[in-house]
Design a protein around this ligand. Sequence first.
Ligand code: CP
Length: 310
Amino acid sequence: MQLSTKHLLGIKHLSPQDISLILSTAGQFKEVLQRSVKKVPSLRDVTIVNLFYENSTRTRISFELAEKRLSADTINFTASASSVSKGETLLDTVNNILSMKVDMVVMRHSASGAPHFLAKHIPAAIINAGDGINEHPTQALLDAFSIQEKLGSLEGKRIVLVGDIMHSRVALSNIYLLNKMGAEVMVAGPPTLIPKYISEALNVKVEYNLEKALQWCDVANVLRIQLERQNQVLFSSLREYNLAYGVSRRLLDGLKKEILIMHPGPINRGVEIDSDVADSNQSIILQQVENGVAVRMAALYLLAGKKTDQ
Ligand code: CP
């Protein structure tokens, strides 16, 4: 089987079959990663550049590790340490790198749509590693993989995304993916951090009361408050945000069931999630990070195959 797309720009452009294929391939790579020899020769003749115009810990390391596990040659590009500081454009930068016989591009950029722009101008396959407030497709895929691993399937499961929905590319990619795969989706948080009309536009439930949202769900995916993307005051203080919307042990103990707690990272402990929740047995935050490598191996492997066959 093959993906229906040459690039992985967003979940919006994937079919349910594409998503299932990536998740099942990731399952096979997860088995490889449990072996003593964790490396396969699948991308031995492929060269990949990791083009990071914005900071990252998990995504960057995870892609680099996935590429190494697949035996690809990798180059790491950090915008702040490059000739971007001398005024070189995104397109000139990428064309210069591609002229050195690079096959695939993994890109993170603070501008929404940057990888989509690049896809119109270069022949190489592109994986979006997060673009502004638009999408973060591999995060949504690893989140879905982690839910499936714990709950068996996504179909009919109730997932609430909590917090800064307005500025979250993780939220948008999760909403697209979960809806395509038959899950029920809710967003919860203060009205100032939830876009108006999101319910109609994206087929999600909206809840401004965190306790009610947690009562409703099987899984709570807690999102970081993205202060760096907010250009106006959207809530009174971090302390008051924590009191109203922080996921605390007291709130979880008040539920009549045990829900799964997720967070894409980086965590702001004591703001959107308390430490005793983040570090509890209910939390699968580090399992999400672990699964990121297998999911990114799957995406790279399937897209490299697509390119070779074209
Ligand atoms: N989840 C995530 O994208 O984390 P990083 O910003 O560290 O890559």
